[in-house]
Design a binder for this molecule. Structure first.
Ligand code: SF4
Ligand code: SF4
Length: 158
């Protein structure tokens, strides 16, 4: 599916996630499926949770047991391939990288978009963070119903 359409299938997405029991705390989810020469996720992680190794073409491997959910790897990834996820009661909480010029405001409800570009749910923007060190990447905190944990990936103005 990924090779043919550019969209990962459900099993590839689920393989990127830890067991849901880990998600009581925020964890980085890395959806970097192709072997490419890149490693800022590895070098930016302050606790060494991401491993690529000497061969920079290897796919990153994350140890969710030691990931603190700090988010350093999110704005350092040039491919927008990392987001932070946690679960609180019946909600899925996301911190996503966002680089479109049309930036939402805190409190907005936008369309939650899936990996195939289609609308999957309502997405409430709970925070918008823009910082000098983020190199023009905005970080959006987004809340959806927990049902969409594996479906939601970004937002679009309705
Ligand atoms: S969220 Fe923080 S601790 Fe977790 S992998 Fe990314 S940089 Fe490392
Ligand atoms: S920084 Fe992003 S694109 Fe580069 S290897 Fe890490 S996850 Fe993949």
């Amino acid at each position: 599916m990924l090779k043919r359409t550019g969209v990962p299938d459900r099993s590839q997405i689920k393989d990127a996630f830890p067991d849901e029991s880990y998600l009581i705390k925020p964890k980085a989810i890395i959806e970097c499926f192709e072997a490419i020469p890149c490693n800022p996720c590895e070098t930016s992680c302050p606790v060494g949770a991401i491993t690529i190794g000497a061969d920079i073409n290897k796919i990153p491997v994350i140890d969710h047991a030691i990931c603190t959910g700090c988010g350093q790897c999110v704005h350092n990834c040039p491919g927008l391939a990392v987001h932070i996820v946690s679960i609180k009661e019946d909600k899925a909480l996301f911190r996503i990288p966002y680089e479109m010029p049309d930036v939402p405001k805190q409190g907005d409800i936008w369309d939650g978009i899936g990996r195939d570009g289609k609308t999957v749910c309502e997405a409430t923007i709970t925070a918008v963070t823009q910082k000098e060190g983020f190199d023009k990447t905005t970080i959006l905190n987004v809340e959806t119903d927990k049902t969409y944990l594996y479906d939601f990936i970004t937002v679009r103005r309705p």
